[in-house]
Design a protein around this ligand. Structure first.
Ligand SMILES: [Zn+2]
Length: 107
């Protein structure tokens, strides 16, 4: 399996599957299953039962479901979806855009 190089809060683009072309923020990375949860991607509607004790109103809730990491690509702010490269900058290992060399770390 490919190395998990996608991290929480990264912006990714979906390159395969039902939501191909969509772009969103990574909400969660699930390394055990090789999947990620991306905001507004692979949304499923769920019926929610009312639970007055927990202040939950019944109805339909929308929730993201995990998609395969291999189906997403990291997005560079200038180039769009890109492959990334690892580089050492100022003694730190960072992920950089393979095209323009900009670091993709959010700090
Ligand atoms: Zn770039």
């Amino acid at each position: 399996m490919a190395t998990v190089d996608i991290r929480h809060n990264d912006t990714v683009k979906v390159i395969a599957g039902r939501d191909r072309g969509k772009q969103g923020r990574v909400l969660r990375v699930l390394p055990e299953t090789g999947k990620v949860l991306v905001e507004h991607v692979s949304v499923v509607k769920k019926n929610v039962r009312p639970n007055p004790q927990k202040q939950i109103k019944g109805g339909i809730a929308e929730q993201e479901s995990p998609i395969a990491i291999s189906n997403v690509m990291l997005v560079c702010g200038t180039c769009g979806p890109v492959r990334l490269r690892h580089e050492e900058r100022a003694g730190k290992k960072v992920r950089v855009c393979a095209k323009c060399g900009t670091t993709l770390e959010k700090e």
